[in-house]
Ligand binder design. Structure first.
Ligand SMILES: CC(C)=CCNc1ncnc2c1ncn2[C@@H]1O[C@H](COP(=O)(O)O)[C@@H](O)[C@H]1O
Ligand SMILES: [Zn+2]
Length: 354
């Protein structure tokens, strides 16, 4: 059955100290309560209250309501200085949570009111990453440029061209492309040429796939690319209306899954933690990476998500360690970065797992 889980206490210390890799974090969904407060004070005319930007403990929302939340946050974060602050705060928070490698993703936005352009948007996120590097936070941060599926073929292609430019000029910070946005809007077939082009030019692809039921055609089409990682993949397997052939494609191509437990439970695509598809894929020995999705909106952090996975599915500390270590194999940065991270994990293992 469905059990509400309680976190915290001495147990929490292990999860916070556990070195972690975060591969699925939307910038504007990751904005913390504290940062939202700073922004709301700067923009009192918007009349934004906390319950409009976050989904608290035990609360659930329909997918539609969740996407309304992003609209509110986007109103608060609409100028260059907002993006800079938000990105620096988010990176600092992930670092404080024990994340050693982070791939942030965000949809470049144009804002007429503030003169923000898509190019400037990306540049600003990249300078936030650079500033955090200069502050010598113990975290390696990379960026995925996101396509919002709502915006269709042309915008997708435009975004890919922008991402290609930055891949070549950002000194390795831009490593890939994300496909996200309301999964009930638009169809993957219209975005295929843009995604194919991105792949050919060397951008890695992380695609939100089968986040909602009954998208077998779209999922099959996008799996043929194939993507380098899958976000959610909630409805891939036959028990929930997916199919054996979809599962086989994922297994055959060894495409890692980015799994976000609290996001799926609060967004109600999964009925409860114990019925999360982590179980299905983990039992198959398939690469599963625990992620937060939107730590601000869903009021969570990566330590808590690891702890939830462990307590729900009965993972030992050794298994939890292996889970976080195997995430290193799934990052989009170059092999030398993987080597550095493996080294870091090796040094920390006796301290953390004692
Ligand atoms: C509604 C719900 C359960 C959300 C979690 N699942 C999601 N599925 C698809 N796209 C998402 C999700 N969470 C965030 N995003 C994308 O990330 C954006 C916010 O971050 P950003 O502005 O790209 O920096 C949203 O507008 C949306 O395009
Ligand atoms: Zn997501």
């Amino acid at each position: 059955g469905c059990v509400a889980l309680e976190m915290d206490g001495e147990e929490g210390v292990f999860y916070r100290r556990l070195p972690k890799v975060e591969l699925h974090a939307h910038l504007n969904g990751s904005v913390s309560y504290q940062t939202i407060e700073k922004l709301s004070k700067q923009k009192p005319h918007l009349n934004i209250e906390q319950n409009m930007t976050a989904i608290g403990k035990g609360q659930r929302r329909t997918l539609d309501e969740c996407f309304q939340v992003f609209k509110v946050i986007h109103q608060l974060v609409d100028a260059e200085e907002d993006i800079l602050m938000v990105a620096k705060d988010v990176i600092t928070e992930f670092s404080a949570d024990g994340v050693k490698y982070l791939e942030l993703r965000s949809t470049p936005r144009e804002e007429k009111n503030t003169g923000l352009t898509k190019r400037r948007y990306i540049e600003t996120v990249l300078s936030a990453i650079q500033q955090c590097k200069n502050e010598e936070l113990d975290i390696d941060v990379r960026f995925l440029v996101a396509i919002d599926r709502r915006n269709g073929t042309e915008v997708a292609m435009e975004t890919v061209k922008l991402a290609e430019e930055f891949m070549l000029s950002s000194d390795g910070l831009v490593v890939g492309l994300d496909l996200s946005g309301d999964p009930t809007v638009g169809h993957g077939r219209d975005l295929l040429p843009a995604l194919q082009r991105a792949k050919n030019s060397g951008l890695k692809l992380s695609l939100h796939l089968s986040e909602v039921p009954s998208q077998l055609d779209e999922t099959d089409l996008l799996l043929n690319l194939p993507p380098d990682r899958i976000g959610h993949g909630t409805f891939l397997h036959p028990e929930v209306g997916g199919s054996k052939s979809l599962v086989d494609k994922v297994l055959k191509n060894h495409i890692p899954l980015e799994l976000c437990l609290t996001s799926n439970v609060k967004g109600q695509t999964v009925p409860c933690y114990s019925k999360h598809h982590f179980k299905y894929w983990y039992q198959l020995g398939h690469p599963c990476v625990i992620c937060t999705d939107d730590k601000g909106v869903f009021c969570t952090d990566l330590s808590q998500e690891y702890q939830l996975a462990a307590s729900t599915f009965g993972l030992s500390r050794e298994s939890v360690w292996n889970l976080s270590q195997q995430a290193i194999d799934c990052i989009f940065a170059e092999d030398s970065v993987k080597q550095q991270l493996r080294q870091k994990w090796a040094v920390l293992k006796p301290q953390v797992l004692k």
